[in-house]
Design a protein around this ligand. Structure first.
Ligand SMILES: Cc1cc2nc3c(=O)[nH]c(=O)nc-3n(C[C@H](O)[C@H](O)[C@H](O)COP(=O)(O)O)c2cc1C
Length: 344
């Protein structure tokens, strides 16, 4: 069942800039793509992060490093009024400070990373000359459940003047959602109880949905390590692995061929394909029979009507009965046509 098209999808560029290099990068970027922009500002104005051999910048980063999970480790920033739910794609543009993400940008992501879960994210890092792997690691720590659209772009002092073509090339490597991407609902049945989930958009879910359009997948799942119910699907799908810390309800593709339904947390490099809709951890544990042996799991893209997602308008316009068979001309009863229930 398709619930929304990405035609309405929007991109937000979030950036911080101390000496305006990132500002110039954002100006160039937004001459190439359509996006809204928000600039993060420190609450305390006029600070000299570079003074005394970068003493203040170093002090801010050390505080974060010592206690990365504590909000008080992060320097205060001005309030940002943008509503993140209006966007499905974010591009973060940040300076590098001592091989890490600039502290001011870390504050923003620390507070808003959860709102970017399941959303597409790209990263551009500006440094004088240092490599950016530490900044990428910070981004992954702060946005553990986002979908990385591709590798980060590094712009440094020696190629900053060339940023227009660097950005243009980088944009072609990023897996932006296209206007054909759709938010896909997906059904999971265990013990006769069907729950819905929302799939993220990537090549793994595309391949999974394509397989499910040919027929439901049923597999045996077992408990693993008190955090998931996992089983082999019998098919192998493309992987889009990133380091993820799971939360209850996450649906994870492991090694391309196993589906894990998470009821607790775990950190690993694997592919998040979606999330169960509106279920508490307790609901999930009861439903998957956590700690209670093997269960049979059925995956489907059919709604309760039993009709698989229909692709062409021609098929869609045909009338079906509730059991999913084509309705006869003049057939009475409940008919489904063009995604609507009709009582004849
Ligand atoms: C506190 C601080 C620490 C920095 N540390 C590094 C560093 O370790 N390596 C490096 O190549 N550049 C470093 N820089 C330079 C910035 O990464 C670089 O100038 C960047 O382009 C600044 O972006 P902005 O103008 O948007 O603030 C540092 C700058 C500051 C203010």
């Amino acid at each position: 069942m398709l619930i929304a098209t990405a035609a309405e999808a929007k991109t937000l560029v979030v950036y911080y800039s101390y000496t305006n290099k990132c500002h110039e990068i954002v100006t160039t970027l937004t001459s190439q793509i359509e996006a809204d922009v928000v600039r993060i500002e420190p609450a305390e104005k006029g600070l000299k992060y570079e003074a005394n051999n970068y003493a203040l910048g170093t002090q801010l980063l050390n505080a974060i490093k010592a206690n990365p999970n504590d909000a008080s480790s992060y320097p205060a920033i001005d309030p940002v009024t943008v509503n993140l739910t209006d966007y499905d794609t974010y591009i973060i543009v940040t300076p590098l400070w001592w091989s890490q993400m600039a502290a001011i940008m870390q504050t923003y992501l620390f507070h808003h990373g959860a709102e970017m879960a399941g959303k597409n994210v790209g990263l551009i890092v500006s440094s004088h000359s240092s490599g950016i792997s530490g900044v990428v690691a910070d981004a992954q720590r702060l946005l553990p459940n986002s979908i990385w659209m591709g590798d980060a772009l590094w712009i440094n002092a020696s190629n900053h003047g060339n940023r227009s073509s660097l950005i243009e090339n980088w944009l072609t490597t990023q897996n932006f959602p296209t206007s054909n991407d759709m938010t896909q609902k997906f059904y999971i049945t265990i013990g006769g109880v069907t729950k819905t989930a929302t799939l993220v958009s990537n090549s793994s879910t595309e391949a999974l949905v394509a397989q499910l359009q040919k027929g439901n997948i049923t597999y045996e799942a077992h408990d693993y390590s008190n955090f998931e119910k996992v089983g082999a699907l019998g098919y192998t799908f493309p992987e889009n692995n990133t380091q993820i810390t799971t939360k209850p309800g996450d649906l994870i593709l492991y090694q391309g061929s196993n589906l894990c339904i998470y009821y607790d947390t775990n950190s690993w490099n694997f592919t998040r394909i979606g999330q169960l809709d509106n279920m508490t951890q307790a609901d999930i544990k009861t439903w998957v029979k956590a700690g209670d042996g093997n269960v049979s799991v059925m995956l489907s893209v059919s709604g309760p009507t039993g009709i698989n997602q229909v692709k062409s308008d021609e098929i869609k316009s045909k009338a079906y009965t509730l059991s999913g068979t084509l309705a006869q001309d003049g057939q009475k009863g409940i008919i489904i046509q063009n995604g609507k229930l009709i009582i004849r």
